[in-house]
Write a protein that binds this ligand. Structure first.
Ligand code: NAD
Ligand code: LMR
Length: 324
């Protein structure tokens, strides 16, 4: 192995999601089995000792690809020379809360991290914001990093995408990998719009394989509220499935995919989405870049659902105007 290690930052490294995520990254699941990695773990000062414990366990796992593990509470150090950043560190919601209730506590984390990325990250930096409310936190980070191309700031809606595939596969009785052309538009919130308009299984439209009543009244709300359901049943916010979706997102971004996946990234104004809002949209990926699936026909029903996400994200943007 002669490759230079890729520097991967994980914030919130002592938390629940990181405890799954770090092992997948260390195993080569993001950059592939031939690419060594240098892990940079960012935490708040009170959690640095616990992060040292996480690093001890990573060392004990003897991953051949892990060339170094650095722990810090200093964002400037953490992001210096970084090639990829998973911004996970943020408070999770509890029972009965909406993700947007976290904006006041979590929003202020992302400006300083955006600045540190702007100041020192490598030219190929790719950022995935996982910490909630993810879309608006990504907007804040991006605004603090004017020298980094806007499209390098993404928010995680891959978990919503994966949840959609899983619910559809169960209903139809097929494998998740057989389902094509699903997208989850909008915000990672209860206004998100899991859309099966273009979806197929083995060339057949999914709309012919399920009934519309189930789609509207069970599937859409179930996917949109799945995070809350997990909190109710598990007692804690989703963690392993979130880590898995984060790996899927970064893996596909870096290594490419011809299949549609969902990424939230700054809109270019397509599909009636206000330019700049970090919005879940259908993408493929090639040569290290996500590419918006263009030219889709949008019905009145879809337009209405997409507009709900736009309105909500505009209101969230308004609420954090002082951070932009
Ligand atoms: P957790 O409480 O277990 O861990 C969060 C960690 O972040 C803690 O160790 C904390 O010390 C650290 N942290 C807080 N502020 C920080 C900062 N400024 N810099 C670095 N680290 C910081 O939470 P978790 O279960 O790992 O979830 C993390 C976040 O991810 C939550 O906001 C949760 O809601 C969100 N989440 C998003 C999705 C998604 O699909 N987008 C899915 C699941 C969870
Ligand atoms: C999820 O969707 O599981 C996460 O965003 C956690 C949450 O608060 O729902």
């Amino acid at each position: 192995m002669t490759n230079q290690p890729k520097k991967i930052v994980v914030t919130g490294a002592a938390g629940n999601i990181a405890y799954s995520l770090l092992w997948r990254i260390a195993n080569g699941d993001v950059y592939g089995p031939d690419q060594p990695v240098a892990l940079s773990l960012l935490e708040i000062p009170q959690a640095v000792e616990a992060t040292q414990g996480v690093a001890m366990e990573l060392n004990d796992s003897a991953f051949p690809l892990v060339k170094s593990i650095d722990i810090t509470d200093d964002a400037t150090k953490a992001f210096d020379g970084a090639n990829a950043a998973f911004l996970v560190g943020a408070q999770p919601r509890g029972k009965g809360m909406e993700r947007s209730d976290l904006l006041a506590a979590n929003g202020k984390i992302f400006g300083p991290q955006g600045k540190a990325i702007n100041a020192g990250a490598a030219d190929d930096i790719r950022v995935l914001v996982v910490g909630n409310p993810a879309n608006t936190n990504a907007l804040i980070a991006r605004h603090s990093a004017p020298d980094v191309p806007a499209e390098r700031f993404t928010a995680m809606m891959r978990l919503d995408h994966n949840r959609s595939l899983s619910q559809l596969a169960e209903k139809i009785g097929c494998g998740t990998e057989e389902i094509e052309n699903v997208v989850v538009w909008g915000n990672h919130s209860s206004t998100q719009f899991p859309d099966i308009t273009y979806a197929t299984v083995d060339g057949k439209p999914v709309s012919e394989l399920i009934d519309r009543d189930w789609y509207l009244n069970e599937f859409i709300p179930r996917v949109a509220k799945r995070g809350g359901e997990i909190i109710q049943v598990r007692g804690k916010s989703s963690a392993a499935s979130a880590a898995s979706a984060a790996v899927d997102h970064m893996h596909d971004w870096i290594q490419g995919t011809r299949k549609w996946v969902t990424s939230a990234f700054p809109s270019d104004g397509s599909y009636g989405i206000e330019e700049g809002l970090v919005f879940g949209q259908p993408v493929t990926a090639e040569n290290g870049e996500f590419k918006l699936v263009e030219g889709l026909e949008i019905s009145d029903f879809q337009r209405e659902r997409i507009a709900a996400g736009v309105e909500e994200l505009k209101a969230e943007r308004e609420a954090v105007a002082d951070l932009l």
